[in-house]
Design a protein around this ligand. Structure first.
Ligand SMILES: Nc1nc2c(c(=O)[nH]1)N[C@H]1C(S)=C(S)[C@@H](COP(=O)(O)O)O[C@H]1N2
Ligand SMILES: [Mo]
Length: 348
């Protein structure tokens, strides 16, 4: 497979969500996936959030200042844009996710829009840059981790500045003391360890915006920015696993299969399951989502007869987006929402 020690080093720092945790509505904090490009930064004891750039009123806010504003809680499913990268051929060198770079949290904090209005954004502003405290070198460029949103998205979208996860203070690995959470978007948008918000009168050209996170089929094309999560359904692998291969073993008879499905583009309208390697598909029962951008639970009963199988599941959203049977290769290894496959042996 050709995964290097460098990649293993990344994978050991940035863990995924074990797929059996698809059973929980809210992912227990320690099971939510993690992606940290550089290091978890040290947070100064006098930390404040600064809002500046093209504004008439610069803001400098402590966590207590933020806590005095109207609070919001949103249940949000977050997925790394690199989820599924390790399935791409030829190999793309980076964090080698299979399908587990997901999690759902109840994030608590304040909405971004009202805070920007408070800062009196100037007419020339077009983008909002969110800068983290963490620094490192990527693509040969030393940088703070930072990403932007269009002013429109930041003002009218559902982005939150969060200091709580599942009712607890945000832990260091998820961005304490404060992070951005942008519902529906791939995870790279949700900047952790937030230090600064800057209004720009031009498009942001930072590394993580202009170089990374672009969907490119070849090295020399500019590509399209990676934005919202494509639809995806995942199942809890049924039965029990073989330790090394993780092939599943189930007894014959009715087998309850369950999972979750989401899309950052539009609500999921159907989940289908196949037990014959994609030849025929059956409709799963889809439950309502607890929040607009949270995953939906689905269930299906498989009448399992002895033999060797490959289970698959796939989601479709209201905008008509479907999961492809095979990955769509791209330079950065992003947005691979190809259908999940689970090898199962039904014992006689
Ligand atoms: N400051 C900062 N924010 C960041 C990152 C980072 O490395 N530094 N990683 C991003 C990426 S690529 C993802 S997928 C999500 C992961 O969030 P989580 O670790 O809380 O699951 O955080 C995003 N925000
Ligand atoms: Mo990511």
């Amino acid at each position: 497979m050709g995964i290097s020690l460098d990649e293993l080093q990344l994978a050991a720092r940035n863990h995924g969500m074990p797929l059996e945790a698809l059973r929980y509505d809210l992912t227990p904090v320690g099971l939510h996936y993690l992606l940290i490009h550089f290091d978890v930064p040290e947070v100064p004891s006098d930390w404040r959030l600064r809002v500046g750039g093209a504004v008439d009123r610069e803001l400098s806010l402590s966590l207590d200042d933020l806590r005095s504003l109207p609070r919001m809680r949103r249940i949000v499913t977050m997925e790394c844009a690199g989820n599924g990268r390790a399935r791409l051929e030829p190999h793309v060198t980076s964090q080698p996710w299979l399908a587990e770079a997901i999690g759902t949290g109840e994030w608590g904090g304040v909405e971004v829009g009202p805070l920007l209005r408070e800062a009196r954004v100037r007419a020339e502003a077009v983008e909002v840059v969110f800068t983290g405290l963490d620094r490192g070198i990527d693509g040969g460029v030393e940088q703070a981790y930072e990403r932007s949103l269009s002013l429109q998205e930041a003002l009218v979208g559902e982005a939150l500045l969060a200091w709580e996860l599942n009712g607890e203070p945000l832990p260091p690995q998820h961005g304490a003391p404060l992070r951005l959470v942008v519902p529906g978007w791939y995870g790279m948008t949700s900047v952790k360890w937030l230090e600064r918000i800057t209004l720009l009168d031009r498009p942001f050209d930072g590394y993580q915006q202009a170089q990374a996170y672009r969907f490119r089929r070849t090295d020399d094309e500019a590509g399209e920015p990676v934005t919202r999560m494509r639809p995806r359904a995942l199942m809890v692998p049924p039965g029990v696993p073989d330790f090394m291969t993780r092939r599943r073993f189930v007894p014959p008879g009715p087998c309850a299969v369950e999972g979750r499905a989401w899309s950052g583009v539009a609500p999921v309208v159907s989940v289908e399951v196949s037990a014959d390697g994609g030849a025929t598909w059956a409709s799963a029962t889809l439950e309502p989502t607890p929040d607009r951008w949270a995953w939906a639970r689905w269930t299906w009963t498989w009448d399992a007869a002895p033999g060797e199988y490959e289970l698959r599941c796939r989601a479709r959203d209201e905008a008509g987006n479907e999961q492809p049977p095979e990955p769509e290769w791209n330079v950065g290894g992003y947005c691979n929402n190809a259908v999940q496959r689970v090898a199962v042996t039904v014992r006689g």
